[in-house]
Write a protein that binds this ligand. Structure first.
Ligand code: FMN
Length: 482
């Protein structure tokens, strides 16, 4: 795999006194110093041949992840809280990136071996197990410990191993090797991206674009995030539905013979999709969502991107996962639509807030065509809503901003008066939690339970039953439409 390294501006103060400008690791060392990811050892020295402890590596990965806030304590007996490495090790162990030696020890001050370095980066990328087509009898992984083989193979295939020095899995990694490999990993993450995911620099799209939000979701997690994005942008949505649905046995990630595992390990697998986006030509920007499966996008995403001519379109990948980052999943998927512009993607947890999604969209620096939409606050909290496309909603928009005092009713809803009548088209429906309806032409009802009556649908709050009950089931609220 070929890498093109970006030109690096030297940090102020120039190079380290012990890093020659022509050294094979010089660019990596300076880039990581500039990004604040890996420091020298003091006195303007980098100590390229020195060792790098496991706690230091956890710290580097923590910085790479933008130092998320953590709470609690790790379960290792050789780490201490309140130290320079504590948050990093806690984060890395919670994220499954470090697991220690299995006897309660993390090995805080032990030198990181070269295979441990590969394993930690591999886990950071989502622990993807490459298929058998990537085996190479002379590959670096063949001298690795059993638990490190998949990681070293991945590191080799994805171009993380330098030719400048031999990779000796069980020997300590030098600081120069750590810098080089971490830098290559960073390049891997950014390879297909126009956005510097680490520094947060953004790219401005040349034209404003009409947006489609497409997603694949087996258990609803990614679909929820897709709903937030579509709601925020007033965008059209497309759900990638497999022709043959995945059963829970198909999705058992502990079973290497289950359908999901077989497909992910088969480079040619392209599970069929039921339905198509008829008017793909209309869209300029596609937000493309998927769950992480073994660090990668499910193969049905490859079916999707290969089904259309996406040249000239901008694709914004996003994913959800148990803990893995988006890693190389979007970069790999992008190879199936190389003529599209791929923006650096983002991983969300299932509990990501609407605010965090809005912030992300704003930070993308894309000029998106946002359909005029309507937003809803319950009390002081804004909630994500998908609105119906009908005359009642259009009429409601004309009344904005609108604050309505609601009252609890029947143990399943809150109801309040709009203050005037708007167009209605009532039909007998059975509502569910989250539904927003027009009742009697002049009242808004929001449900946290269910009822059957003649209503006009207005929209749906995209939250769980529990969340709806906590908003509406404990006392009268006021709502604001704006
Ligand atoms: C087959 C399979 C493989 C998975 N692999 C990973 C993984 O490598 N890393 C991870 O953090 N989560 C993994 N997960 C968890 C999913 O990424 C996570 O539950 C996701 O949010 C599900 O999204 P969905 O509800 O939209 O399908 C895996 C789940 C399945 C079913």
């Amino acid at each position: 795999m070929v890498f093109s390294f970006a030109t690096v501006t030297m940090a102020e103060g120039g190079n380290y006194s012990d890093v020659s400008e022509n050294a094979w690791y010089a660019e990596a060392v300076m880039a990581l110093r500039e990004k604040g990811i890996m420091d020298g050892v003091g006195d303007n020295r980098f100590e390229p041949d020195g060792v790098f402890t496991r706690a230091q590596l956890a710290t580097v990965l923590y910085r790479l992840a933008d130092k998320p806030t953590v709470s609690g304590e790790d379960s290792f007996t050789d780490t201490e809280s309140g130290k320079w490495y504590s948050d990093a090790v806690l984060w890395a162990s919670k994220s499954g990136i470090v697991s220690g030696y299995g006897n309660g020890l993390f090995g805080t001050n032990d030198p990181t071996t070269q295979e441990q370095l590969a394993v930690m980066l591999w886990r950071n990328a989502g622990s993807y197990i490459l298929g058998s087509e990537y085996t190479d009898p002379s590959g670096a992984e063949n001298s690795a410990s059993g638990w490190a083989v998949d990681a070293v193979r991945w590191a080799r295939v994805d171009g993380l191993l330098t030719d400048a020095v031999p990779f000796r899995p069980k020997e300590p990694a030098t600081r120069a090797q750590v810098a080089d490999m971490v830098y290559r990993y960073l390049q891997l993450l950014e390879r297909f991206s126009d956005v510097d995911a680490v520094s947060g620099a953004t790219k401005q799209a040349e034209e404003s674009g009409k947006v489609l939000v497409a997603c694949f979701s087996c258990t609803g997690t990614t679909e929820k995030i897709a709903g937030y994005i579509a709601g925020e942008l007033g965008a059209a949505t497309f759900r990638i539905i497999p022709e043959t649905p995945y059963t829970s046995a198909d999705l058992n990630y502990n079973d290497s013979s289950a359908r999901a595992a077989r497909e992910q390990n088969d480079a040619d697998a392209r599970p069929a999709i039921s339905g198509t986006v008829e008017n793909m030509d209309d869209y300029d920007v596609i937000f493309l969502g998927y769950p992480i499966w073994w660090g990668q996008a499910p193969k049905i995403l490859y079916t999707f991107v290969e089904s259309y001519d996406l040249s000239g379109k901008t694709i914004v990948p996003f994913c959800t996962s148990g803990s893995s980052g988006i890693g190389s999943s979007a970069a790999n998927l992008s190879k199936s639509a190389p003529d599209a512009t791929w923006i650096a993607g983002r991983r969300f947890s299932g509990s990501a807030s609407l605010d965090s999604i809005r912030e992300w969209i704003d930070g993308l620096g894309l000029e998106l065509e946002v359909e005029k939409t309507m937003r809803l606050k319950i009390g002081e909290t804004e909630v994500p809503v998908t609105w119906e496309d009908n005359a009642s909603v259009a009429a409601l928009r004309e009344l904005l901003p609108l604050t309505i005092q609601m009252s609890m009713y029947g143990g399943f809803e809150q109801v309040g008066s709009i203050g005037q009548s708007i167009p209605r088209n009532d039909t007998q429906i059975t509502t569910g939690y989250g539904d927003i309806v027009l009742y009697s032409g002049n009242q808004i009802v929001i449900f946290y339970g269910s009822n059957s009556w003649a209503y006009t649908r207005l929209g749906h709050v995209d939250l769980s039953q529990q969340e709806m009950a906590s908003f509406l089931g404990t006392g009268d609220v006021s709502i604001t439409l704006f």
